[in-house]
Design a protein around this ligand. Sequence first.
Ligand code: ADP
Ligand code: MG
Length: 374
Amino acid sequence: MLERIGITNFKAFACQDVDLAAFTLLTGLNSSGKSTVLQSLALLRQSHEAGLLDEADESGGFLLNGELVRLGTGQDVRHESYTEEDPDITLAVVKDEIRYAWRARYGREDDLLGLLEAPSGPTSWATRDLPSLFGHGFQYLKADRIVPDVSYPRSHDAAVRRSFLGARGEHTVNFLRAHQDDTITAKSLQLPEMPSTSLREATDYWMQRLCPGVNIETVGIHGTDTVRLSYGFGSGVSASNRYRPTNVGFGLTYALPIVVACVAAQPGSLILLENPEAHLHPQGQTWLAYLAVAAVSAGAQIVLETHSDHVLNGLRLAVKDGRIPASATAVHFFRRNGQTAEVISPSMGPDGMLSDWPKGFFDEWENSLEQLLD
Ligand SMILES: Nc1ncnc2c1ncn2[C@@H]1O[C@H](COP(=O)(O)OP(=O)(O)O)[C@@H](O)[C@H]1O
Ligand SMILES: [Mg+2]
């Protein structure tokens, strides 16, 4: 598990450490630095996958544009208020109290920022226990995801070989098609009413927490490189026709990659989720938090950016109910302070209560109510 991410001169941050737990919830005002945290992790992963984090020379570096993130060039990503004493971009992660850091040279027009020095910490990746960031089961789902469509792409490399759902969830449907009979072994992901423990059943049953009675089918379209997704409702004699995604609720398809990422979680997976609550009704948002907690109990680490008080409260309730220890959670509230972002981190007690409730932190309900009652 990653214990911390350190960010220097990258996008919203001059210099910021963010502690990570098994379940980390990032929240705060718009444009306050939440996605920057996820992007810094995704950038490291993307650079590592391209084999660029091992060598401190022109052949290694931060690959700014790739499968996970497309960040532009040096001038887009270097923090505007850098100082002359420290003009470079450094990203670091801490695992088992070992700090792995990569410092890259700024180049205004460069989209590969070369590493300045050998990565600190153990560098022999082949023999070391890799930080989970670089291991199997990594998922990064951005706020901008797949929408209902007639068909979805079929990539053996992403969906089958790497079990990667795509940063927009674009490989989710093909992943489900290829892996639907895989067994879900983690008890936390098995709902009581599930008749079997296949990925397909588990996906259906968790989706039913968002939309009662729904079930999902995925089939390859013969002679093409695409797969089709359809939804049905009910079962047996009361089963509905199959509907195409464009003819059912938008939120179902929008939430599908998030649900699949959590249901398919493995011990050691790192799952980064941006606004998983988008287009879901309030109770569905709470269930999404329960699902993410179940994925954490299955051994995954989740870092989640959200504006949803239902997701926060779902996590708090899961702590109170003993489904996840308070010590396995971290809540960070981001706000801007001049040119840079600052982070306030209330701690959670075993009763789900938070130590601190800073102004602007999920207080709008109360603010509005006060004015209504005035
Ligand atoms: N190179 C940069 N230097 C300073 N600030 C930046 C830079 N790039 C982006 N930002 C700031 O980062 C903020 C966006 O951060 P982001 O993490 O996307 O926000 P959110 O909290 O909404 O996810 C914007 O306010 C923008 O001003
Ligand atoms: Mg964001």
